[in-house]
Design a protein around this ligand. Structure first.
Ligand code: NDP
Ligand code: 8X3
Length: 255
């Protein structure tokens, strides 16, 4: 029987790249995000290219009821989730604390912290029944070190780091692996979303460096799932070679 991975935020970026690598390695994939059309297209494309099955499960992770009902609605076979990639998330704005938009703050906390925890709990309940599983939580270097004008986004990723550690402890007795992945700057739709469609500012994040790609991050995530049952990577930071942490970059001069 094929192994099953559920990926939140599979319509773009890291999630989509994870769908690709897990499907190419024979996993059946449950694809979540809000943009159902993208998930359906991805599902069709994966099934066509790889010998696996896909299941589209669109919902907004902020909607507590939708999260639990959607996970519960999975057909019996699909409930045997082996790996959860708890990835859906976003940054909105890059403003000084006193000037930041409160709607942006609310959306980030509702998505990156509360929605993230709802999904993890709903899926953990299935894994606990089977006494096996692997939860992979997407944090960030922003959850390891606070940077200027990062305030609530950083706080939300610090919460992910804390919840990752908390889950690792509470899941011990259920034989469930928990891994935190903390990438640095990576080219996805992340900066376009953060800067609300301002492509010039979004592009400037990656000026003069050779940033991570979504595939770089997905490859590392996949690697974490290939280790023997008794081995668990608890926490992993990855950056491009030109980035040392959340703040320090070495950039080529832009002429
Ligand atoms: P993308 O914007 O490319 O992808 C984000 C994904 O999250 C999309 O598929 C989006 O789908 C989904 N999503 C957002 N909000 C919701 C929601 N309310 N409900 C369900 N799905 C949602 O960004 P990345 O791939 O870069 O980001 C993935 C994760 O990685 C995020 O948690 C981000 O914070 C983190 N990260 C990103 C870094 C980067 O530099 N790119 C570095 C470190 C961490 P849809 O819009 O269809 O709902
Ligand atoms: C995304 C990486 O450095 O923009 O979490 O915060 S950063």
């Amino acid at each position: 029987m094929s192994r099953i991975v559920m990926i939140t935020g599979a319509s773009s970026g890291f999630g989509k790249a994870c769908a690709e690598i897990f499907a190419s390695n024979g996993y059946d994939v449950i694809l979540n995000g809000r943009r159902k059309d993208r998930l359906e297209e991805l599902c069709r494309s994966l099934e066509k290219r790889y010998n696996m099955a896909g299941y589209v499960l669109p919902f907004d992770v902020r909607d507590q009821q939708a999260v639990f009902e959607s996970v519960k609605s999975l057909p019996a076979g699909w409930q045997n989730i082996d790996v959860l990639i708890n990835n859906a998330g976003l940054a909105l704005g890059r403003d000084y604390f006193e000037e930041a938009n409160l709607d942006d703050w609310n959306i980030m906390v509702d998505t990156n912290v509360k929605g993230f925890a709802y999904v993890a709990q709903a899926v953990a309940q299935l894994m606990v029944k089977r006494k096996q599983g692997h939860i992979i939580n997407l944090g960030s270097v922003a959850g390891k070190q606070v940077y200027e004008r990062g305030n609530m986004y950083c706080a939300s990723k610090y919460a992910v780091d804390a919840l990752n550690q908390a889950m690792r402890i509470d899941m011990l007795r259920h034989n469930i692996k928990v891994t935190g992945i903390h990438p640095g700057a990576a080219v996805t739709e992340f900066s376009i979303v953060r800067f609300k469609g301002d492509e010039k500012t979004a592009d400037s994040v990656y000026n003069g460096i050779n940033p991570l790609s979504a595939k770089d991050v997905a490859d590392v995530i996949y690697y974490c799932t290939t280790l023997p049952p008794h081995v668990c990577i608890d926490d992993l930071i990855l950056t491009c070679t030109r980035q040392a942490d959340g703040i320090y970059f070495y950039r080529d001069e832009i002429k």
